[in-house]
Ligand binder design. Structure first.
Ligand SMILES: NC(=O)c1ccc[n+]([C@@H]2O[C@H](COP(=O)([O-])OP(=O)(O)OC[C@H]3O[C@@H](n4cnc5c(N)ncnc54)[C@H](O)[C@@H]3O)[C@@H](O)[C@H]2O)c1
Length: 355
């Protein structure tokens, strides 16, 4: 089997490449990337050492795509992945559109031409921000937690947010590009008869993630804490109670493998996957973990809310467990320890990440 991984030099693309090659004998991977993400160049040699054919190409360019070799599956891990993308002024929203939607149009045409299956890495950011902000919460142990005494909205259980949670606008410009891409991918798959799986991933985290305050928060937080760089609890009263779950790409690779092996034509195509409530941490709890690991360092409180911030997100992966027997193996504390060791071994990581 031959797989094309787009965004192969990004954090998720490169980690998936490694974990897929480790578990599947005889697998051939073609990786492509335009190297636009600061730090992505560092993964190019790593991929080549893994035996990956790397192609420097831009998904926005139809002629670049037409030069790619035929593959059985495409894993689309290329995008601008920041929830704040598109907001920074002239041209930014247009660039987001071109990278996250226009590029997908070219990739769908590639899938049509080669009858290649597509796995699209969508995001928990397709969920409605007003609905996420209305989730009933209380505070426990320095973290927002679900208020189990209150009625929960459709799509939310004590296991987290599932695929039928509201996707009504606003969802952020980034989230909207993912939601639109989901619709287009499913439609192309139905019209041209190739399989499409969509995974709405919660936060993905692990060693080698590029970290900035706007994206890659676990990597940014650990690296900044270790080096005493500015850290801020933004919004929510400056408490750091906002909480996220995290999933390691190694676990994601297990789900992708099961989906590529599944020959089912119809049925559910959109899945939510994440670390879940058991692998959820607030920023305040993350600071406590870092204090223990690296020594004390206190973030500043910043009361100014940031666009698109939400207080609590944890994914319910129950559908993936039911249909693919999939569950999370790597605990959040192991993910953090992996990032910590990488941060210690790479003192320049924030500069490489463009922070
Ligand atoms: N990291 C997360 O927490 C997370 C969560 C949910 C979904 N996702 C999705 O997973 C995917 C990968 O995210 P990531 O964290 O690895 O991001 P990343 O920025 O580390 O990797 C994305 C890669 O895509 C490349 N790229 C961007 N535009 C391109 C284009 N037009 N043509 C070719 N290459 C291009 C970049 O150079 C980069 O190497 C994205 O689609 C993202 O939306 C990520």
């Amino acid at each position: 089997m031959r797989i094309l991984i787009t965004g192969a030099c990004g954090f998720v693309g490169s980690a998936l490449t490694q974990h897929l090659l480790e578990r599947t004998a005889g697998l051939e991977i073609v990786g492509m990337d335009n190297l636009i993400r600061p730090g992505s160049e560092t993964n190019r040699m790593r991929l080549e050492r893994m035996g990956v054919s790397f192609i420097h190409a831009d998904l926005r360019s139809a002629s670049d795509i037409s030069g790619l070799p035929a593959c059985d599956w495409v894993i689309d891990a290329a995008a601008n992945p920041s929830v704040l993308a598109g907001l920074s002024g002239t041209g930014a929203s247009r660039r987001l559109f071109e990278h996250n939607i226009g590029a997908l149009g070219n990739l769908l045409d590639y899938c049509r031409e080669h009858r290649a299956g597509l796995i699209m890495l969508s995001s928990s950011r397709v969920y409605s921000i007003p609905s996420l902000c209305a989730i009933p919460l209380s505070v426990n142990n320095d973290s927002f937690v679900l208020d189990r005494t209150a009625a929960l909205p459709r799509g939310l259980t004590e296991n987290g947010i599932g695929s039928d949670f509201s996707t009504a606008a606003p969802v952020s410009l980034y989230g909207a590009t993912k939601l639109a891409s989901e619709v287009m991918a499913l439609e192309f798959g139905a019209a041209f008869d190739f399989p499409v799986w969509i995974i709405r991933c919660g936060v993905l985290a692990g060693a080698g993630q590029f970290g900035t305050p706007a994206q890659g928060i676990f990597a940014y937080w650990l690296n900044a804490h270790l080096r005493h760089r500015p850290l801020r609890y933004i919004g929510f009263g400056g408490t750091g109670h906002q909480a996220r779950d995290a999933l390691h790409p190694r676990d994601l690779a297990t789900l992708l493998t099961a989906q590529m092996r599944d020959g089912r034509a119809g049925g559910q195509r959109i899945y939510t996957a994440g670390g879940g409530p058991a692998n959820t941490m607030s920023l305040a709890q993350l600071t406590a973990w870092c204090d223990e690991r690296f020594g004390p360092y206190a973030p500043a409180a910043d009361m100014t809310p940031r666009p698109y911030d939400v207080p609590w997100m944890a994914m319910d992966s129950g559908d993936a467990k039911r249909d693919f027997g999939w569950s999370v193996d790597m605990k959040l504390t192991s993910v953090l320890e992996e990032i910590a060791q990488h941060a210690e071994a790479h003192p320049e990581w924030l500069e490489i990440s463009g922070s």
